[in-house]
Design a protein around this ligand. Structure first.
Ligand code: NAP
Length: 494
């Protein structure tokens, strides 16, 4: 594996007591450590209000470390060496004094001279700005002088609630960090299957000539979860599924799926094409959007409470847990091809898929066989069971002409049995250290993404009607099915 920059590095996870830090960030760092992908001279700091000493902090993060890259007896040794590099400082996010305590601890452990610093804001968005300001006020952010080393910041979505609040956040972060040092994570971009989209499209001569309105009838982007909000309802209620999933993860997938080929594989070229594509999507109209909210139902042998019965959700909440939308791309390649997008919690299955449906055949050659061939589909499975399949019509073996649909299946589990599929955060953290921004959102991309949804989000807020109820475990609201069937039958995870 290519190393990240070998200069000494201090990596600071702010909000280190939280779910993301424990479940994703530190396990990813451990995986990188085992693969020798972190600089040799690296220290990892956790910072949060929870009162912990180094030993207690290390115990907490150990819970989620796995031995995938260090199997057998070497794992315990690797873990011990990794944990010895992890330190914890207790403090308040908005307090310059607390951040100075952090700084002091860092300076005690850092070598003299040039040190790079990476700050991961694993905290709720409401405290992004005060925290960034405290880092700036305490002098922890270098002003880009080569002799000082770089200071980069990683921020997690949600980046605002709409275009104006996102611009405000961008402006405030920009007071402390320069744009090239801000890494906005959308962890879907770190997923193996999503990274494969460019390769699938541009390294296979069979697809690119078909990838347009002449050959494709529709694109469906489906995100479904069969879970309740368990512990995240307070956060979710302030955002809803459009802001939590559609405006970022799903729109990013659409951008990669639909953009024009970049001139080269450089971050700036890829981002330029993504921005162009996002700007050519018409803002979603109210007529092209349906929302729903799950209600109590018996599911999988148990009674599941409705969304508003969660103690963290107000009884009269109108937050949508499901949404379906039709996106229209106004350019020569996609004019007239509907991009159906749906995302929902409390459905009957869990999946993320991209489904490209080809036009039906113009002739009726096989009608007398009693089987009208179904349109071909290319389905990219992001999760679970990563992979892709192409549905084909084929003759069933036998003396009669009988047709049936079958799949050409490239399942990652089978095709790449000898490969470890990295977690999205492993690749993303490595790219931050390398300074490659291809997998991160630029400010322009973020603004263009908000422009697609901001008008309809504002329209929803001004309505008094509640979203249509649907029973936990699905099916989605009837109006959504009508919208998604506007051009053809919509399929869920299958
Ligand atoms: N968890 C995920 O899988 C996931 C996925 C995608 C994006 N994200 C984003 O990543 C960030 C961190 O996620 P998370 O799930 O780790 O969040 P979290 O557990 O809710 O919060 C992280 C830490 O922030 C502190 N904190 C929480 N609420 C606070 C408040 N109101 N004021 C001040 N401090 C507060 C807590 O630490 P102390 O009390 O110890 O200070 C907490 O341990 C969020 O922006 C989230 O939207 C998370």
């Amino acid at each position: 594996m290519t190393d990240a920059n070998q200069d000494p590095l201090s990596l600071v996870v702010i909000g280190a007591s939280g779910d993301l830090a424990r479940r994703k960030i530190f396990p990813a760092l451990f995986s990188l450590y085992c693969q020798r992908a972190l600089p040799d001279d690296v220290r990892l700091f956790g910072f949060a209000r929870t009162d912990l000493d180094d030993a207690a902090f290390r115990r907490r993060i150990t819970e989620h470390l796995t031995c995938r890259y260090a199997p057998g007896a070497s794992c315990a040794e690797e873990m011990e060496a990794f944990l010895a590099r992890c330190h914890y400082v207790t403090g308040e996010y908005g307090s310059t004094d607390s951040i100075l305590d952090l700084y002091q601890r860092m300076r005690q452990l850092e070598p003299r001279g040039k040190v790079n610093r990476l700050y991961y804001l694993a905290i709720p968005p409401s405290i992004f700005v005060t925290t960034a300001e405290s880092l700036g006020n305490a002098g922890l952010v270098s002003c880009g002088e080569e002799s000082q080393g770089w200071s980069r910041v990683v921020v997690e979505k949600p980046f605002g609630r709409d275009r104006p609040s996102s611009d405000e956040l961008a402006l405030a972060l920009g007071q402390v960090f320069q744009e090239p040092d801000i890494f906005r994570i959308d962890h879907y971009l770190g997923k193996e299957v999503i990274q494969n989209l460019l390769v699938l499209r541009f390294a296979n001569s069979v697809f690119e000539p078909q990838w347009n309105r002449q050959h494709l009838a529709s694109v469906q982007v489906t995100w479904a979860e069969n879970l309740t909000l368990a512990g995240r309802a307070g956060y979710f209620d302030r955002y809803g599924i459009i802001r939590d999933v559609m405006q970022n993860h799903l729109l990013q997938m659409v951008a990669l799926l639909a953009m024009e080929p970049p001139d080269e594989l450089e971050a700036s070229a890829i981002r330029r094409e993504k921005v162009r594509l996002l700007r050519s999507i018409a803002p979603v109209s109210r007529a092209d959007l349906v929302t729903g909210q799950f209600v109590a139902a018996e599911w999988d042998g148990r009674q599941v409470p409705g969304y508003t019965e969660d103690p963290a959700v107000p009884d009269d909440s109108r937050t949508e847990t499901y949404a379906a939308a039709v996106l229209r791309i106004d350019n020569a390649r996609w004019q007239g091809v509907p991009f159906f997008m749906s995302a929902g919690k409390g459905l009957d299955s869990r999946c993320t898929t991209l489904r490209l449906r080809f036009h039906p055949l113009a002739h009726r050659l096989f009608d007398r066989s009693g089987h009208r061939p179904a349109p071909n589909e290319l389905v990219i499975r992001v999760q679970p069971d990563e992979g892709m399949h192409l549905s084909l019509t084929t003759k069933l073996p036998g003396l009669e002409l009988k047709l049936a649909e079958r799949k050409l299946d490239l399942s990652y589990g089978d095709a790449f049995r000898d490969h470890i599929i990295p977690d999205a955060y492993e690749g993303l953290l490595l790219e931050v250290m390398r300074g490659d921004r291809s997998l991160f959102l630029s400010g322009e991309e973020l603004a263009a993404s908000w422009d697609v949804f901001t008008p309809v989000l504002h329209a929803l807020e001004s309505e008094s009607a509640a979203p249509e109820g649907y029973p936990f475990g699905g099916p989605p609201p009837a109006a959504a099915l009508r919208l998604l069937q506007w051009a053809e039958d919509a399929r869920g995870c299958g």
